[in-house]
Design a protein around this ligand. Sequence first.
Ligand code: FES
Length: 94
Amino acid sequence: MARYLPNAKRGIIFNIEVDGKKIIAHEGETVATVLMAAGIRSFAGHAEPYAPSRLFCGMGTCQQCLVTINDLPNCQACRIFARPGMKVVTSDGR
Ligand code: FES
């Protein structure tokens, strides 16, 4: 369930593609923010029996938020701003 601050203003709306689906993003949000707001919690995949990585530090330290962006693997979703037309692949999209 998403929660919002009542007086927070979000940037201009645009779409990005996540695992082949169009997702709404707002200017100034990181890819991780967009994924979390859309209810996507799995980021990078791991070999069994380990669960997929999830957002952890949110500041570029832990490497738990790695996704593929525009065919470039191992991008830190928490440090990269979403851009119109961006294509993101998470572990669920592989
Ligand atoms: S969540 Fe830790 S590096 Fe992105």
